[in-house]
Design a protein around this ligand. Structure first.
Ligand SMILES: C[S@@+](CC[C@H](N)C(=O)[O-])C[C@H]1O[C@@H](n2cnc3c(N)ncnc32)[C@H](O)[C@@H]1O
Length: 793
């Protein structure tokens, strides 16, 4: 399999610099060939050491200068680790074969720009690694050949992320890359599962690569007890990856895996795995560590409960908590004789175990009840803080009202399992992955990719749940072995991870509620200063197909996505979301969907907008809209625009209305209940301009017109309190709900009240409150969208 040479880029997350842009043209002639000349081992090591020295010196100089800005060692400690940006054009699958089934070759057999299918390398790191976007070291093979090895995407929890000097690794089905300058090549490992750390006494290691020093030889003959002590030492130094490694060696070398010694080491490794976020391993180790004695087994179940809590598998976690509680009670049941008679002195039961169990029960309540009360959204909102790193909220996912089914639109979709009323929760989902990094889109994407890959490497079950089922485009190849353990590590295909990320991730503000405030709504919206958002992946929401006029709306509180119905949804009906805010111009929005997600939308809005009759008036309406936008750019509506500007905008709105009316006469388009999105902009401008001038009757007029532009009728009065829901529930209509609908309702209510029309004002206000809850996920505080709060801006 020969990959074409591509321009390869690496993105440095700390400063967004492109670090490694190569012009690969010089290497094109060498594709599939042995390199004409090899650099000697001595020269490679010398150059590498010089490079390391220069890096150290640069770091020391920056430190001495007291540099604390981005790029300084101090700031890099806090910054996310650099990450390689994978280039999908270069995609190749991860190896799914054991190193033991591959033909072992030598470095001088590697061909340039070639994936060596069916082949493997056994290599020893001859130098300490240089760490940038990956770990780069000089490696040697059994014949004494040397070359450079770069491994990317390794989790910090693995010793391989540092590629320590002296370690011996197996590289499966290696890719040999031309590095852009003459005679410069490198073995490039993108998939973390394509490289495996070998134990020093692994029979695969050729004699020439076996430990030479007395110290290393002594390590080979270390007793299980000595490995355990080494693990304890590393643990005390908080070097958890090394501790896990040592405990593993202790377990590999102990003869009786069922001994109390082994149980003790399993317990220790479970604890370390828990600290490292390797929850699958923590649970498995904890369960293996059971000895049949209640006095120790309650701890094993407690660890298993915490590990499965970390994986958000609350029913399983509750099971372990219950076992832990029951055993803990048995182990030290010392009832106190004096009152109260039922209390025990068991600190575990009364302390952390009980507390953690209750926390788990709270998650289960959220998952099953899914009510506003169970979640307490205002408390979630109040707890959010970027500065304090509080964006990951401790909450369960309420998913039971919807399920994945085959969709008539595309592949799988999400379907309602029961009727869902307007404004009700459709689902609430905690992100599977969402780094706490609110960046511009490129850096936020890189951060999400890195988080996904690391968490999947650390937890095979997570890799299976993501890499096997989620849609990743039509061209991606799956082997069916994603997440499977091969040579002790889960198969993680980083190109597949990236394409899944691309198709399924969502951008999330810290809180949608804050995004709705007029003073924030336009902030950071330009291309040169894009709005800062985190990117995350929500597994259940990944099944949502798009509609420009969807029946749900999403909002965010930290890493929790809230989905509410904006129309009544019948049992069995497909649930849709809007992937991106809908543009009035159908060609522009179709182009965006095609470019981002590869499909042509056929929702009711797009179907109508693309008929020949609708298209006939399209060019005219676009010209009118451009004129309206130009006028609005000169005169902000809330800053008392001159009369002439108001008259011009009214004329443009009339002309636009006439154009829609004309289309509506000849086709089933743009009638009542069908949005006229081109009119939204001028109508909203007029609504705000008249509000600013206190022309209340005009405000009412344009509030109603704005509602019509989105496909709604004015909210009816009702004595039973259902008027608001009625507005959003018109059968057969395909309206579009946005925060602008809420603004129109709020300003309409305000004007009605000033005009003494209390019933109308109440109806508008009730509809606004319901509408705002759907937009923000929970709040109906209309003060949030009051434009008066941004006076002077
Ligand atoms: C996040 S996935 C949605 C779930 C996907 N249908 C599945 O089978 O898992 C996004 C992909 O679904 C497809 N898709 C979403 N909405 C669509 C629509 N309205 N019409 C056609 N394809 C759609 C596109 O291929 C898009 O890249």
């Amino acid at each position: 399999m020969e990959a074409p040479l591509q321009k390869l880029q690496s993105v440095h997350l700390n400063n967004g610099l492109l670090l490694d842009v190569q012009d690969a043209d010089n290497g094109a002639a060498l594709v599939g060939q042995l390199p004409p000349k090899r650099t000697s081992s001595k020269a490679l090591v010398k150059k590498h050491r010089a490079h390391l020295k220069a890096q150290e010196a640069a770091a020391a100089t920056m430190g001495n200068n007291g540099a604390t800005g981005s790029g300084s060692p101090a700031s890099q400690m806090d910054d996310p680790r650099p990450v390689k940006q994978v280039v999908l054009a270069d995609a190749y699958p991860a190896s799914t074969r054991s190193i033991r089934d591959l033909e072992i070759i030598l470095l001088d057999e590697l061909k340039v720009e070639t994936h060596h299918d069916g082949k493997g390398l056994i290599l020893k790191a001859a130098t300490p690694a240089y760490r940038g976007v990956g770990a780069v070291s000089v490696v040697v093979d059994a014949a004494g050949n040397a070359d450079k090895l770069a491994i990317y995407n390794h989790s910090d929890t693995s010793l391989l992320s540092n590629l320590p000097e002296g370690c011996v690794v197996a590289v499966k089905e290696p890719y040999y890359k031309y590095n852009g300058t003459p005679h410069d090549y490198m073995i490039c490992v993108d998939h973390p599962s394509d490289v495996v750390l070998l134990r020093f006494n692994d029979p695969l290691i050729p004699k020439a690569l076996r430990p030479a020093t007395e110290e290393a030889k002594a390590a080979l003959s270390k007793s299980p007890e000595a490995w355990r002590s080494a693990g304890d030492m590393a643990f005390l130094q908080r070097d958890f990856p090394t501790a896990a490694y040592c405990y593993t060696e202790a377990l590999e070398t102990v003869s009786d895996k069922a001994s109390t010694f082994a149980a003790d080491v399993y317990t220790k490794r479970a604890g370390v795995n828990l600290l490292l976020g390797r929850y699958d391993g923590a649970r498995d180790d904890a369960l293996v560590s059971r000895t049949g004695s209640a006095a120790t087994d309650w701890r094993a179940y407690f660890t298993a409960a915490k590990a499965t809590y970390g994986l958000c598998r609350y029913p399983e976690s509750r099971g372990y908590f219950e076992q832990a509680l029951s055993l803990a009670k048995q182990s030290t049941p010392t009832p106190t004789p004096s009152p109260p008679p039922t209390t025990t002195t068991n600190a575990a039961v009364d302390g952390p175990l009980q507390r953690e169990h209750e926390r788990c029960l709270a998650r289960l309540r959220e998952e099953t009840e899914g009510s506003d009360a169970a979640y307490d959204f205002p408390a979630m909102y109040a707890s959010l803080s970027l500065a304090k790193n509080q964006v990951h909220l401790d909450r369960g996912s309420f998913l039971r009202r919807t399920a994945v089914r085959r969709s008539a639109f595309h592949g799988n979709g999400l379907f309602a399992l029961e009727p869902i009323g307007v404004g009700e929760l459709v689902f609430v989902e905690k992100a599977a992955f969402m780094p706490n990094q609110y960046y511009d889109p490129t850096r936020a994407s890189a951060a999400l990719y890195a988080t996904m890959v690391r968490q999947m490497c650390d937890n095979p079950s997570v890799a299976v749940e993501v890499l096997q089922p989620l849609y990743g485009g039509d061209s991606i190849v799956r082997t069916g072995h994603e997440g499977e353990l091969v040579d002790g590590v889960p198969v993680v295909d980083v190109f597949l991870a990236e394409t899944i990320r691309l198709k399924n991730c969502f951008s999330a503000p810290l809180a949608t509620l804050d995004d709705c405030r007029p003073e924030n709504a336009s902030a950071g919206a330009s291309a040169s200063a894009p709005r800062l958002m985190a990117k995350g992946l929500w597994k259940h929401a990944s099944y949502l197909n798009h509609s420009c006029v969807p029946n749900t709306m999403r909002s965010f509180l930290g890493d929790v996505m809230i989905s509410r119905a904006v129309k009544p949804i019948a049992a069995g009906e497909e649930v849709f979301q809007q992937y991106i805010p809908v543009k009035a111009d159908v060609r522009a929005r179709q182009a965006e969907l095609q470019a981002g997600w590869g499909f042509q939308c056929i929702c009711p809005l797009c179907s109508r907008d693309t008929t020949p009759e609708a298209q006939a008036g399209h060019a005219h309406r676009r010209t009118l809209l451009q004129a309206a936008e130009k006028l609005a750019s000169k005169h902000a509506p809330h800053r008392l625009p001159p009369d002439a500007a108001v008259r011009t905008m009214e004329r443009l709105a009339r002309q636009m209305t006439a154009s829609y009316d004309e289309t509506s006469r000849v086709a089933d388009a743009y009638g009542p209940g069908q949005p006229r999105l081109g009119l939204v902009y001028p109508t909203m401008w007029l609504l705000r301009a008249h509000r600013c001038r206190h022309r209340h009757a005009k405000v009412v007029q344009y509030a109603e017109q704005t509602l019509q532009c989105f496909g709604y009728s004015r909210p009816p009065h009702s004595t039973d309190g259902n008027g608001a829901a009625t507005m959003y529930s018109k059968p057969g209509a395909s309206p579009l709900h946005t925060v602008h609908v809420v603004s129109a309702l709020v300003y309409g209510a305000e004007a009605h009240r000033v005009l003494g029309q209390a019933d109308e004002a109440d109806a508008f206000e009730a509809a606004a409150r319901l509408g705002l809850r759907m937009v923000t996920g929970f709040s109906d505080d209309l003060e949030v969208i009051n434009e008066d709060n941004m006076a002077g801006r």
